[in-house]
Design a protein around this ligand. Structure first.
Ligand code: GLN
Ligand code: ZN
Length: 763
């Protein structure tokens, strides 16, 4: 009998209940007890949703991030928050979000201001975790409170609980040694705490623990491979059975290592790593459980159940009781329930599956394996018909787009002159001061803006009223920016719900969900549009807004677009053609928008590629191929303009060291990046003239409510000026300001503009 299980459930809730509970608490509108109760309610509901499975994840719920949870479980709190004397959850939020120094002097060492932990992308997903911090002296100490509490709740609810934790090797691998010490040297101190944790869980009657080691799908050097042997060699005496879970990619050369680790079971991603499965079966000990992740936990397409069974049935024969069936990875990366979607096009909807539907696919597959296909004949037939219909739909295939794509050649991506000449022409036209100031695009998405948008969507106000409301917001942003004395203005993106959805909504080949939210970090969610067909742009998408904004000011107004690579990487994309092909279609569509903006007199155009880096394949051997087509797509999009038109691009939370040549190859005139939390360390990549064009290293951490001081920003820029010639530096925040409030933004930008003025005097 094949058993079924799940690796993790989307914690945010079908209607983003967690987000609203978190934010109410952070704003002081609800109590800690209310927040905790909302969490418990969500967990209860999600366990009910998964009741049909043989094993259900516990501990996958988090009030912010599962990696930060693990840091707290292991007692690995940054030194700066150790003196805190309030509730653990409050301290946890201090690490997650940072805290302004507003508490009394006397409390500066315990509960005063504190910097937020660094955040980075979880493998190749759009989920961000809080990076564990280490030093050579890091000690660990078990705090199993959160996990035990959730386990007790689950057990009381009759859930067949399988606690989920981040494994020790992955935990060290994804963290950062603040003093550049060797993280692996901490393993001997870390393992006893894991052993103690497993023992604690065993004492609570737990049989299986899922221990996530996704780092096994990346290239590992000998030291890290050795760490796996050491870690699991030591944990093998535990009384619980370990299901070691890998996902997001292929094990490849790590198959043998994974197979010989002394654990009771192994979970692998059998969607992305299907080729690993046969060698793995050969290599595994005869009593090991093999969990096959056959339902894609990263996309929203229905699984081809019949084809999957064709592949699975012989394996089930071979593995018998040892076979488990699951989604490929945690369902954290997909929305909760397709049934909530009332407005989605019926044809497209028939091709999709969200978390609950994916779990149902797992059930159907297991039933077909255990009782024969006839037991689920109706489900299999209906699935087969939907798969077939999608393949043949004329809505997926547009011959005109395919023809345009066939004509793309390299000249489309060339500017007329090299950067130095363009820069001189742009300087003559724009007349900007040294250390020019700008922002990254969005201004606060206020309650008024959101209300106007939801009224418009609900048909309560008409198009004209909505337009007027958005124009009023744009006018406000322009007024504020003029008062602040910024040099290159933005329109503020009031009309955009989201930087990708906004464009997707206006492109043909895209569909939209109403509730298809996926957690990005903390309470932030994105609703990735669904790229289902060939892409085209029926008409201009942003020109009228930018033209209006420019009409209100004599300062240069930046046109604001999202680049093709980011649109691709933040969408649910087709699984029936290569990503590169979908990306080139997007590039052609956005290029038309760039040219239309230029035509409308816009002199500065920013094309955000926030997600360029996150599209990097997990394995380095595949990086260059991706970078080549990604850069080509950016160049096709941007480089049709005249030399006088200044192209900006923007990237967030990126590290550039290893991709700097490709970033330079994009040839944007100006790049703005996120650097403030890393104390300008990220700029090292741009040092030594490796990056020849202009750079705006972010000096204002927009993820935190803290107001940066002028001195702090001057100091950061001085560090930047040690690495980059001052003539090529811009002064700007790390990213857009849409998640902040005006009363935070105004003082922060006031300080930022003063910082730029001070720099003009002194550097
Ligand atoms: N222009 C976008 C904004 O300001 C950029 C956001 C991003 O890079 N994530 O909101
Ligand atoms: Zn950004």
């Amino acid at each position: 009998m094949a058993r079924t299980h799940n690796l993790g459930f989307p914690r945010i809730g079908a209607k983003r209940e967690l987000k609203f509970a978190q934010e109410a608490y952070w704003k002081g509108q609800s109590s800690l007890a209310e927040l905790k109760a909302s969490g418990a309610k969500l967990r209860q509901r999600h366990w009910e949703n998964q009741a049909g499975l043989d094993l259900v994840p516990v501990g996958d719920f988090s009030f912010y991030d599962q990696v930060l949870d693990m840091s707290f479980t292991l007692g690995n709190l940054p030194e700066r928050v150790r003196g805190f004397h309030g509730d653990v959850l409050d301290n946890y939020f201090r690490v997650a979000r940072g805290r302004s120094a507003q508490a009394a002097e006397a409390h500066a060492g315990c509960c005063g201001g504190v910097a937020a932990g660094e955040m980075t992308k979880w493998f190749d997903t759009n989920y961000h975790y809080i990076v564990p911090e280490f030093t050579a002296g890091t000690e660990f100490k078990l705090d199993a409170g959160r996990l035990l509490e959730q386990l007790a709740e689950a057990q009381a609810q009759g859930v067949k609980a399988k606690p989920v934790i981040v494994g020790p090797v992955t935990y060290l691998a994804i963290g950062k040694a603040k003093d550049d010490s060797d993280r692996l040297a901490l393993l001997p101190r870390l393992l006893p705490v894991y052993a103690q944790l497993l023992e604690t869980l065993a004492a609570q009657g737990v049989e299986w623990v899922q221990i996530d080691e996704p780092v096994l799908v990346t290239e590992l050097d000998a030291a890290w491979q050795g760490a796996f042997e050491t870690a699991y060699g030591e944990l093998k005496t535990s009384r619980v059975k370990l299901l070691l879970a890998t996902y997001f990619g292929q094990l490849l050369e790590n198959v043998a290592l994974a197979a010989r680790l002394p654990v009771a079971g192994l979970h692998v991603d059998a969607v992305n790593g299907r080729d690993d499965v046969l060698p793995l079966i050969e290599a595994l000990p005869a009593d090991s459980v093999l969990s096959l992740g056959v339902v894609n936990g990263r996309n929203i397409w229905k699984t081809d159940l019949n084809a999957t069974l064709d592949w699975l049935e012989p394996l089930a024969q071979r593995l018998g009781e040892r076979l488990w069936i699951a989604p490929s990875c945690s369902l954290l990366h997909v929305p909760v329930d397709l049934a909530s979607e009332q407005k989605l096009d019926a044809e497209v909807k028939s091709w999709l599956a969200f978390a609950l539907q994916k779990l149902d696919e797992v059930r159907v597959l297991a039933q077909a394996l255990n009782q024969g296909r006839q037991a689920v004949r109706a489900e299999l037939d209906a699935n087969g018909a939907d798969i077939q219909a999608r393949r043949n739909s004329p809505r997926v295939n547009n011959p005109a787009v395919k023809a345009a794509l066939a004509k793309v050649d390299a000249r489309l991506g060339e500017r007329q002159q090299p950067y130095a000449e363009r820069a001189a022409r742009q300087a003559a036209l724009l007349k900007l001061p040294k250390f020019p100031t700008t922002t990254i695009g969005s201004f606060p998405q206020t309650a008024d803006i959101r209300q106007a948008r939801s009224q418009f969507k609900a048909g309560e106000i008409d198009e004209a009223a909505y337009q007027a409301a958005m124009r009023a917001e744009i006018a406000r942003s322009v007024r504020e920016q003029e008062a602040l004395g910024l040099d290159v203005l933005v329109h503020g993106e009031a009309e955009r719900n989201d930087m990708v959805e906004y464009f997707g909504e206006q492109l043909d080949g895209y569909a939209f969900s109403q509730f298809g939210w996926v957690q990005s970090y903390g309470s932030r969610c994105v609703k990735p549009p669904i790229l289902f067909g060939d892409i085209s742009r029926p008409k201009a998408m942003t020109v009228e807004w930018i033209r209006y904004a420019q009409s209100l000011t004599d300062k240069p107004m930046k046109g604001m677009l999202t680049g093709p690579v980011t649109i691709l990487n933040w969408s649910f994309v087709r699984d029936d053609q290569p990503r590169a092909v979908s990306c080139r279609q997007l590039a052609l569509a956005i290029r038309q928008e760039v040219l239309d903006l230029e035509q409308a007199g816009v002199r500065v155009i920013q094309i955000d590629e926030a997600a360029l880096r996150e599209g990097l394949p997990l394995r380095r051997a595949q990086w260059q191929e991706y970078l080549d087509w990604a850069v080509e797509c950016f160049r096709i999009t941007a480089n049709g303009v005249a030399d006088e038109t200044q192209i900006h691009t923007h990237m967030c939370y990126s590290e550039f060291n290893d991709i700097i040549a490709s970033i330079a190859d994009m040839d944007a005139d100006v790049i703005t990046i996120e650097t403030s939390r890393s104390d300008m360390e990220l700029l090292d990549a741009f040092d030594d003239f490796k990056y020849p064009n202009e750079i705006g290293p972010g000096v204002y951490d927009i993820h935190s409510p803290n107001i940066p001081t002028e001195a702090h920003m001057v100091n950061l820029m001085k560090k930047a000026a040690e690495r980059i010639p001052a003539e090529r530096l811009w002064v700007n925040p790390d990213c857009g300001l849409k998640t902040r409030q005006w009363n935070e933004v105004i003082p922060a930008l006031t300080n930022m503009v003063s910082a730029a003025r001070a720099l003009r005097e002194s550097v």
